[in-house]
Design a protein around this ligand. Structure first.
Ligand code: FAD
Length: 383
């Protein structure tokens, strides 16, 4: 039986995360967005709170919290600023959870404490210029030279790529083996041949760093074995999609709270606009989508905490919550009228930031194909 009742500890962590978001993240979100500033000082504060690597076991420097608690933290950070939520999702879910699950003891000891403390940031290099949704079809190549793996290729759209000390890089060791030749490498970024270029002019997530990576014969430390690459990527995305979904619940909640406050404050026709039925309809639509998204995220988290399969439920949560975030932010602008179209209120940033969430970590179409595959037993994702 799924139990949605929060424990006292979960309530406390949620309140702490909420206070932190309101005190530290919200006041900086607009300026960072305006200036396209990746706020590393704020990232360090997030790390100091223990919010990076929260699900990592304590012996490796994490907080060792369960997935439900993780969602509470990520929701609050997502309500504050999706650029910062992206940092948490990438470092915690894509990078740390992969190392926890697939890394050797030595790799865990080397990287996890640094990543949890904010001493090092990590990025996740799967997407390439010619390879997006078809993630098994990587062009980046890895070959062994004198017993060491050398990697050549390029990665595209990599969050935190310009600031990371560690890159998780997925590469093909033998094209003839197709996905069975894929491998995952831990690549320190401070070596010759590793270069990055910042990607500018994004629609949203302007306070997040996004990079193109170029790897010219760089050395990589393989995590797992040859043939594990695709499984590692998919398990990382299972945690990453959950985190994105939780962050989107934060966008829904933030849009709702801003809209309720504005609708009670703004008067037209000598009445608060919140008293008009059509405005209440928009608020009600936001409430329903926010609650539904949160419920789906908590269900996926509960399954993860029970150690039960959760890939389909995670895709359902990701699909619903990301689409709901776009809709709630859009409704939020509608409630705010013209004022919603400028950044005096957070709703226009919410919409711009929400828009990427239906694209990254698997587009909405890919989530539908994962869900369809689970229910039909037919795989649309193989040629
Ligand atoms: C800001 C930002 C940050 C990102 N951060 C990272 C990161 O940190 N690490 C990383 O590895 N990647 C990252 N990405 C990349 C992101 O995951 C990809 O953009 C995404 O997976 C889609 O790939 P694509 O852009 O190549 O689109 P494509 O795969 O070319 O898709 C284009 C369209 O075709 C549709 N489509 C494709 N195949 C099918 C199919 N079989 N059936 C139906 N429709 C299909 C898609 O749904 C989409 O609508 C980021 C992207 C952005 C924009």
């Amino acid at each position: 039986m799924i139990d949605f009742e929060l424990t006292d500890e979960q309530r406390l962590i949620r309140e702490t995360a909420r206070d932190f978001a309101d005190g530290e993240i919200v006041p900086r979100a607009r300026e960072n967005d305006r200036n396209e500033h990746f706020d590393t000082e704020l990232v360090q504060k997030i790390a100091d709170m223990g919010f990076l690597g929260a699900i990592v076991p304590e012996e490796y420097g994490g907080r060792g919290v369960d997935y439900r608690t993780y969602a509470l933290i990520v929701e609050e950070i997502g309500r504050g600023c999706s650029a910062m939520r992206t940092v948490v999702s990438v470092v915690t879910s894509l990078v740390c959870s992969s190392i926890v699950r697939w890394g050797s003891e030595e790799q865990k000891q080397e990287w996890l404490p640094q990543l949890c403390s904010g001493e090092a940031l990590g990025c996740f290099g799967l997407t390439e210029p010619d390879t997006g949704s078809d993630a098994a079809n990587l062009k980046t190549r890895a070959k062994q030279v004198d017993g060491k793996w050398r990697i050549r290729g390029g990665k595209m759209w990599i969050s935190l790529g310009n600031f990371s000390k560690l890159a998780l890089v997925f590469a093909q060791t033998d094209p003839e083996k197709k996905h069975k030749g894929l491998a995952c490498f831990l690549v320190p970024t401070d070596q010759p041949g590793f270069t990055t270029q910042e990607i500018h002019h994004k629609l949203g997530l302007k306070g997040s760093d996004t990079a193109e990576l170029s790897l010219d014969d760089v050395e990589g430390d393989m995590m797992g074995e040859v043939g594990d690459g695709f499984k590692i990527a998919m398990s990382a995305l299972d945690s990453g999609r959950y985190s994105v979904a939780a962050g989107c619940v934060g966008i829904c909640q933030g849009s709702l709270e801003a809209s309720v406050a504005y609708s009670k404050d703004r008067t037209q026709f000598d009445r608060p606009i919140g008293s008009f039925q059509l405005v209440q309809e928009m608020i009600a639509d936001m409430v329903v989508q926010t609650e539904a998204a949160r419920g789906l995220v908590w269900r996926a988290g509960w399954l993860k905490d029970q150690g039960k399969p959760s890939t389909t439920e995670t895709s359902i949560a990701k699909l619903y919550a990301t689409e709901a975030a776009v809709k709630c932010a859009d409704l939020g602008i509608q409630v705010h009228g013209g004022s919603g179209y400028v950044d005096d209120y957070p709703v226009e940033r919410y919409l711009r930031d929400a828009r990427v969430t239906t694209l990254y970590e698997g587009t909405s179409q890919i989530q539908k194909l994962i869900i369809g595959r689970a229910y039909t037993g037919l795989n649309a994702l193989v040629p």
